[in-house]
Design a protein around this ligand. Sequence first.
Ligand SMILES: C[S@@+](CC[C@H](N)C(=O)[O-])C[C@H]1O[C@@H](n2cnc3c(N)ncnc32)[C@H](O)[C@@H]1O
Length: 922
Amino acid sequence: MAKTSSSSRKPTRSSQRNKTTMSKPKYEEVTDVAHEEESTQVSRGEESTQVSHEEESTQVSRGGKRKNNSASGASKSKRSRPELGSKTSPFKSESEDVGVLGGDGSGCQKTPSKLKVTRRAVHGNGKEEQDARFIGEPVPDEEARRRWPKRYEGVEQKQVVSKNSKDENDSEIIQARRHYTQAEVDGRVLYNLYADAHVKAEEGQDYYICKIVEMFEAVDGTLYFTAQWFYRARDTVMKKLGHLIDKKRVFFSEIQDDNPLDCLVEKLIIAKVSLNVDLEAKKKMIPCCDYYCDMLYLLPYSSFINLSPEDKTNCSEASSTISSDDINSVNEEKSQYEEASQASNNKKSQVTLLDLYSGCGAMSTGLCLGANMAGLKLETRWAVDLNKYACESLKWNHPETEVRNESAEDFLALLKEWERLCVLFSLLKSENLEKQSFNPFGMEDDGDDDDNEEDDTEGDVFEVEKILALCYGDPKKKGERGLHFQVRWKNYGPEEDTWEPLEGMDDCRECLKDFVTHGFNSKILPLPGDVDVICGGPPCQGISGFNRFRNKENPLQDEKNKQLKVFMEIVEYLKPKFVLMENVVDIVKFAEGFLGRYALSQLIHLNYQVRMGMMAAGAYGLPQFRMRVFLWGARPTEKLPQYPLPTHDVVVRGVIPLEFEMNTVAYDEGQKVELETKLLLEDAIADLPAVGNYEHQDEMDYDKDPQTEFQRFIRLRKEEMPGSSPKAKPAKHLLYDHRPLELNVDDYQRVCQIPKKKGANFRDLPGVLVRDDNKVEWDPNVERVYLKSGKPLVPDYAMSFIGGSSSKPFARLWWDETVPTVVTRAEPHNQAILHPEQDRVLSVRENARLQGFPDYYKLFGPVKERYIQVGNAVAVPVARALGYALGLAYQGVPSDEPLMKLPLKFPNIIERISSESSEDNS
Ligand SMILES: C[S@@+](CC[C@H](N)C(=O)[O-])C[C@H]1O[C@@H](n2cnc3c(N)ncnc32)[C@H](O)[C@@H]1O
């Protein structure tokens, strides 16, 4: 899989329906395919399926961005503000909707290196002012040539020299006569080299903010300074969500431009501040300053990373380029020390994962497998989901996990109550939580209460034997939300267990104390600091294309998108070391990417390092495309994880949104890579036993040996799976969930008449004619055929689906094909889901295979629910690849590049680097 890189490339839309591979994307070819495919494939319930023509027509150029796609590439990536006459300047105004890609609509970037922001241009008064000058001695010639060699390459009088670059935007370097280290502008302001300054912008716009990293006189006598820019939040990918960020907070970049000296306006104090997830502590660290800066903003993968003096802010030859006072230097040293000890701590113990909106647990399963393969003992300790069947599945497959079947918002409320309980019983000291403020029993002391429960109880009818569980909510359905405990009553059995509110439990404080103490020790719930990694895919149904009442102005006000906020609140409360958020691509498409920008901004607000990438599941060895957005977050003391580059070629399906196209995790076009051949349906499912529409068995034996590498791998037993926990006990080797959604009699009879050949669908049934424009119509010469039930063989909805142009209804998949996205429903009415050679839809297991679930992963609930769990899942191979990257980052494996290569043949590595060996080493 690779990206295009030519800035001049302007793909046009065409109606070709050719499949293309990720290694040579031809975006012009996929949009129309997407229109139909995406509009019929619905997953998670929130995936937008209606691609408007407006959206499609935005599929223009990739804008030559790929060459910038390295950590240092940001310096070549350009933003643009409206032109100043014929001039350009480096920042984009909010009104321009160009964003990360920038550009002028042609897909090409404006060129800050050609920046000519003159005072005349800014003021438009036609008066040349010459009150800017360099002062002091010039930098000795030899030293200047050594420090800025490119400025001295040209022949004496030549003004500019072409860079050896294909990017015409970067093609000229202004040649220097001499360099200086001090300048005076307006006859009064003295600027030293590496000072921070405001720079003129066009009228009505805020000044630009820069660090002066060079001062030189050009060979034609013009005086220049080179600006390395700071970005305000709103000028970054955050755009209008930048309001979530403190106004004084700016982000240093690697983008530099040459500007006439007289564009300098005033000197600034920009304080360098350490990132700190303790927002209050950080506030105290900010000294008196014009702005403060704590992060480097790099365009590739919209990355915001920790600022470290040597690596990140070293523009040119500066030893320290951002003003910092003593407090902050000390702070920085402390954080570096913390970082070192953190990295060594990270190597030792079991690492805990909380899976939010866990579904049946595919994402966390993959993450743990991958992380373990990288030598990190990651385990899903807690999982939360509203769906009881999904929870059942997760629990069966991960008996070690505390699975909580409740809403994420109730889970968060519960966590807060739990912390108070732990403080109440003196298990935890908390500066923030006063015991007094949470004292439901009016306790005087530390809970050392040997009150006789019976003394306080009148009537004494019921006595609590044991507290079994707790939850936040309204389990008694009495309209009373709050903390409740599940109680086993003395002399009564489990069938008499009840949920009781905290307030009614003052007679059984000892029982409560025992329960809380035991729960605290066994960590039934995480307290702040207990969770190392949070992963989750908060549902955002408010952006679904099927939702006619989508709130485009502020999608966060839509109740259906509320979970994104809840997810961030849980992160804020628990402050994990790492965060991985997954979502549908629509979060960066809908309402100009509002929700995607919100998620990113919110993590930055919480002082997490962040980057955003889009990954196609098929690129990790599956016969489906399935593009999803993944957002990494890492605390300042940690390495920000990378994105694992694809291992497999894949058939590109669907729309890749333009603005975030450069966030696609892919190789550069032209880069030589040997990807494994793309997977096809046959590779994934051909070894499975034949079953019929009425198959009811949940478990059966395999009847064939595996035929392909994929089949051999997916059939590994749990204890054989690379990265699986050593605790995994040898399991029975049965095939689970190989049963299809049972079609009703009418549909079954229709399916039986669809020929068993490639491309077959309802159009092959009697009475359907296909016109030259590829639309269907009734054949006037054929009488309509009816089923025994009296219903027509060819239903009307099949004829009218997408204006009669679709071949999806009752379509068979074929062995040499792939699917766009495995979805949550299995009805064959508007999607190709029929088995190539059997008269049924793909079984739950076959769908699970397309999602990369190991065969040992058993699912629970009615068959329809199992399809939902599978269709909702993060494809396991993608999660596993991300887990591997997480494992490396967690252990401090140093790399600031946004992308990494997985080991050869990953994950099918026979030689296990599993937790067993890492245990030996620890
Ligand atoms: C996209 S699925 C997650 C899939 C999962 N990450 C995986 O890989 O298997 C979203 C899940 O969110 C759950 N959900 C929806 N609203 C919820 C809420 N308010 N609280 C907790 N879970 C919720 C749904 O039941 C669904 O299982």
